[in-house]
Design a protein. Structure first.
Length: 255
């Protein structure tokens, strides 16, 4: 059993709509600080939609609507007073497909730092190196910092995007199937990086890979048809789930 830790992020009675279509129903879920939580469930179950609720990425989709509360360090992120740019610095996101900017490796990581007013060359260099190290890619790119980011391999591009997200010191990192398009070696490096990062971050990862969820997460939440079916510490969810529906999904009987 994982020791109790403070709650970093809390969702209460979250409903979500794409136009008139409801995609999430009454989701209540806590995310402990410095822990990895995996969101699992079949395609279309709402887990990625819910993930995007956590830093208001769904705001970019016309006609969407969310209700309920999502509380980050005591702040309701859906409040009219919440600055969304500031929120997305606090809650970073890494997408399924690597999306580096058409800039150099260095400038990809430095971009957010410059936007936030850090322009002193020595400080920029130090922060870029720190971020690349935290994303477990510095040794591979230290001699290629001025090379185009798009010249990197897919796995390297994804870790560069993780470094870019880390550079602005988020408190929460959202990862939407970050290794689904990668080969096993690149996947392993992403997973090892997650293990290193969680000492300083709260990480929430969407994955279809049950083995990956079991390897990297401390807690697991199972979604089905827009509803949170069961959540708990990962060992319990994978070995002694309370509900047969959860067991059937984890063991591959459906989904």
């Amino acid at each position: 059993m994982i020791p109790a830790t403070p709650c970093k992020l809390r969702a209460r009675k979250v409903d979500f709509f794409y136009g008139k279509t409801q995609a999430l129903y009454d989701v209540n879920l806590d995310f402990p600080e410095s822990r990895v939580t995996a969101l699992i469930g079949p395609s279309g179950c709402g887990k990625s939609t819910f993930l995007r609720c956590l830093n208001r990425m769904n705001d970019l989709i016309r006609g969407t609507r969310v209700s309920g509360e999502i509380i980050l360090d005591g702040d309701d992120i859906n409040s009219a007073r919440m600055d969304v740019v500031s929120l997305r610095r606090r809650v970073g996101m890494v997408f399924q497909k690597p999306n580096p900017f058409p800039k150099s490796v260095f400038e990809n990581v430095a971009y957010g730092l410059r936007v936030n007013g850090l322009n002193k060359p020595s400080e920029l260099a130090d922060k870029v190196e720190e971020s690349l190290r935290r994303a477990a890619i510095f040794d591979e790119v230290k001699d290629r910092l001025r090379a185009p980011a798009l010249s990197l391999s897919g796995g390297q591009q994804q870790r560069l995007c993780i470094a870019r997200a880390l550079a602005v010191d988020p408190k929460v990192l959202l990862m939407d199937e970050p290794a689904s398009a990668l080969d096993p070696i690149a996947t392993q490096k992403i997973e090892e990086g997650i293990g290193e990062l969680k000492s300083r971050l709260t990480i929430i990862i969407v994955t279809h890979n049950m083995q990956q969820a079991a390897r990297v997460s401390d807690r697991t939440a199972f979604f089905y048809m827009g509803r949170l079916i069961e959540d708990g510490d990962t060992e319990t969810i994978f070995t002694k789930p309370r509900l047969k529906q959860t067991e059937d999904y984890i063991t591959g009987r459906f989904g």
